[in-house]
Design a protein around this ligand. Structure first.
Ligand code: SAM
Length: 365
């Protein structure tokens, strides 16, 4: 019988398959057999060889944990004022060419009302780090929302605060907090942010949020300037050890009025591959198909779901302000990306045999 010698590529592929399987096994074994950075790096370097296998596995894990349900969150962009000067972000405080806005508490309550009537049971309040929103104002607002909509979850995404502030938000009734680490590599972090922003503090904030019992969201942009595959492997290790309940992953997209205007957008397939790795690593994680993903590709959302994502966050901000919350160019905020487009969203989901789930969609152990 003729013995066929294995091609080196085949043996590499076998190794990659066993690594992906190892991530899956590690995910149920708690702390034992954590995947090493070099293994993540090998997968990232050879993603094309393992892309379909990884995506199919991630999609299967999503279905096992969430069936065909996709959670929806009402995104309310409460302010585009920000005290920070992140080099990648269109609403950074150095940008003098945007019209700044801040929603009043009444406007925010109005957004919640619209969202509630449409069926949303999670409100996500996101904004720049706007010093107008003191702890007192935020807590008062949270209490009003909770009083009026006790059956709803509130997610905040308002940046870095002190542990004491986070504790106050928790007491006031906040359920979840999103704070991407942006990058787990402190040298890379310094290339994306001015000197007064501190990587250690950002990671510390994430740990505080976890310790306070928030459903905590971490994450990063794919393809941010100066990011290497090694950096991404480090982020995957960071996420593996933090075990956040939510992970926000989207491509970097340049904004023309930032220092990074000339950098290219993050790669679609690399973003999808990372979504899949995260779903396999954290089977129950709440993983949005982000607006940025839909912004670089009209099929971005469905591709994201088929790669393991299980959450979408339509925009319910007042229509006249949406264009001003421009983190990057050509940000999607209408049609399927908007709350008014829930019917369009359902039609989009029908095509991939998924359906909107109108419950709060909390993280389940
Ligand atoms: N200020 C809060 C914070 O720091 O977490 C929340 C608002 S911030 C604008 C939300 C997220 O937008 C950031 O975590 C960042 O990853 C993302 N973002 C900002 N600029 C971006 C860009 N040019 N492309 C893609 N995502 C971007």
């Amino acid at each position: 019988m003729e013995v066929i010698e294995k091609q080196p590529e085949n043996s590499l592929q076998e190794k990659l398959i066993s690594l992906v399987d190892k991530i899956s096994i590690a995910s149920v074994q708690d702390k034992k057999n954590l995947i090493k950075k070099d293994d993540f790096l090998l997968l990232l370097q050879n993603k094309d060889l393992i892309f379909d296998y990884t995506r199919n596995k991630a999609n299967q894990i999503r279905q096992e944990n969430f069936s065909n349900k996709i959670y929806i969150r009402a995104l309310i962009e409460i302010s585009n004022y920000c005290k920070n000067a992140c080099y990648y972000c269109g609403i950074n405080c150095k940008n003098q060419n945007i019209q700044r806005y801040r929603l009043s508490s009444e406007q925010i309550m109005e957004c919640c009302k619209t969202a509630y009537e449409l069926g949303f049971r999670t409100f996500v309040l996101q904004g720049g780090e706007d010093i107008f929103f003191t702890d007192e104002i935020i807590c008062k607002l949270i209490k009003s929302i909770k009083e009026k909509y006790p059956d709803c979850a509130i997610t905040l995404s308002l940046g870095e605060k002190s542990k004491e502030s986070y504790a106050l938000y928790k007491q006031a009734g906040v359920d979840r907090y999103l704070l991407r680490e942006e990058t787990a590599n402190s040298e890379h972090y310094q290339k994306l942010h001015p000197k007064n922003m501190n990587h250690k503090n950002r990671l510390e904030c994430l740990r505080s949020l976890k310790n306070l019992g928030f459903q905590t969201g971490a994450g990063f942009m794919v393809g941010s300037p100066f990011q290497t595959l090694d950096d991404i492997a480090q982020d995957l290790c960071f996420i593996q050890s933090l075990k956040p309940e939510m992970v926000g992953i989207g491509p970097f997209i340049p904004h023309e009025q930032t220092e990074f205007a000339k950098f290219p957008s993050g790669d679609l397939n690399l973003t999808l591959f990372i979504l899949s790795l995260i779903r396999i690593m954290l089977p129950k994680v709440l993983l949005p198909a982000t607006t940025a993903l839909s912004s670089i590709n009209p099929e971005g959302r469905t591709l994201g779901i088929l790669s393991g994502a299980n959450v979408v966050m339509p925009n319910v901000s007042p229509m006249e302000q949406r264009k001003n919350y421009a983190l990057y160019n050509n940000k999607a905020s209408v049609n399927e990306e908007s709350a008014e487009g829930l019917i369009l969203l359902q039609k989009q989901l029908d095509k991939i045999n998924c359906k909107i789930d109108f419950s709060r969609g909390d993280y389940q152990q």
